[in-house]
Design a binder for this molecule. Structure first.
Ligand SMILES: Cc1ncc(COP(=O)(O)O)c(C=O)c1O
Length: 378
């Protein structure tokens, strides 16, 4: 673990609350399912789950059963949906703890049934349709079979079908025709499931982008991920929806060293950057092992005081260099903000510079970077 004075990711729980409130207001009467998988997109799943519940989120969404169990161990007792299960996985701990599992195949339904028998509890199962993402869930051609098998399981009392859901592939692109096709396939599948006799408590399709930009797709709940963390799911989705998002993670460090280099000096591995003039370099004690992408070199700026300055030379495993400029006033110990400051740079700027998405920038921040909670009330 890095000393929190040296570097940390500060997590602004007020910003999390603000984002959840703003979107809950935007999507009401649909409910919010706060998605806290991958350690809350790097922000800390337990913290984010707690804040989401305090902000009134009735549901939590998470990828794996193991992740869901961590939330239960931390004291969460509310509805949680998990959706990514391997073929040999034991669903029993989830069923025993009242965690909803997902079935997109009859085999997954059988795993839930076996778990229910093993712990003598009704398994809470949500059926997933592949409405067009082609990633997971039931093929529409198999849907009737899955629904009928689910109904049979329900009639034994071992399983309760609590929900029906699907995932969108292109909701961040406002006019992409695939979204409407997925929406139609989903609506047909839900109607079919009801006609077969299933009575799901919740039906949900929307991710952050659809929560913000597709009110017609909100159904009973929206699965709110990236926007909860204050990152726009696409180019201007939040602005178009009139929702202000505040970054919840600020990645910061202290300058660990400051050194003068001469014009022509090669810097870092491979000497891929040669100082074009005499200048001052700052050493930032975070590297690619902490999630700082190597692609950031020369393409991303960080904040030092009231300036933004470029990353230069190759990003190393634990550290990287920034060009503070000639006659720089900066000293060892001065604060560097990599992203998440209100006045920038933001995770979105890193994403643009590194040719990726804000999701990857925040969720990759590694385990040795301390998460430090910042909250006016705590
Ligand atoms: C199944 C599912 N639902 C919802 C989400 C949340 O998506 P977003 O972060 O775009 O809101 C994800 C995240 O990728 C997901 O995999």
């Amino acid at each position: 673990m890095i000393d929190p004075r040296t570097a940390s990711a500060t997590i602004d729980t007020d910003a999390l609350r603000h984002n959840i409130d703003a979107i809950a207001h935007h999507v009401a009467p649909a409910q919010v399912m706060a998605v806290v998988k991958a350690d809350g997109y790097g922000h800390g799943a337990v913290t984010c789950a707690r804040v989401a519940r305090e902000a009134g989120a009735p549901w939590l969404g998470i990828a794996t059963i193991g992740e869901a169990l961590v939330l239960r161990e931390a004291g969460d007792t509310g509805p949680i949906l998990s959706w990514l299960h391997g073929p040999e996985e034991d669903y029993e701990p989830a069923v025993a703890d009242g965690i909803d599992v997902t079935a997109g195949t009859v085999d997954q339904l059988s795993s839930a049934l076996m778990a229910a028998a093993a712990c003598e509890k009704t398994a809470r199962v949500q059926l997933e349709l592949d409405s067009g993402m082609r990633r997971a869930g039931s093929d529409p051609a198999e849907w009737d079979h899955l629904c009928r098998a689910a109904l049979e399981c329900e009639q034994t009392g071992a399983v309760k079908i609590t929900g029906i859901w699907s995932h969108l592939a292109t909701a961040d692109e406002p006019d992409h025709p695939a979204t409407q096709k997925q929406a139609d396939a989903f609506a047909d599948a839900v109607a079919h499931a009801r006609s077969v006799g299933l009575e799901p408590e919740i039906v949900h399709l929307a991710n952050s982008a659809a929560a913000l930009g597709h009110p017609e797709l909100h159904h009973d709940a929206v699965r709110l991920g990236i926007a909860m963390y204050g990152i726009d799911p696409g180019d201007g989705c939040a602005t178009r929806a009139g929702v202000e998002l505040l970054p919840a993670m600020r990645l910061r460090a202290q300058l660990a060293a400051v050194r003068h280099v001469n014009e022509g000096d090669g810097v870092s591995y491979g000497h891929s950057w040669i100082a074009p003039h005499d200048t001052t370099l700052g050493l930032v004690p975070l590297g690619y092992a902490d999630g700082i992408l190597r692609a950031a070199s020369g393409r991303v700026k960080v904040r030092v005081g009231n300036r933004t300055v470029p990353i230069v030379g190759r990003v190393c495993m634990d550290q990287f260099m920034i060009d503070l400029g000639p006659d720089a006033p900066d000293a060892v110990g001065d604060e560097v903000t990599l992203f998440g400051a209100v006045d920038g740079p933001r995770a979105e700027d890193w994403a643009e510079g590194c040719d990726t998405i804000g999701y990857e920038i925040v969720s990759r921040i590694g385990g040795r970077v301390p998460r430090v909670l910042e909250d006016g009330d705590e």
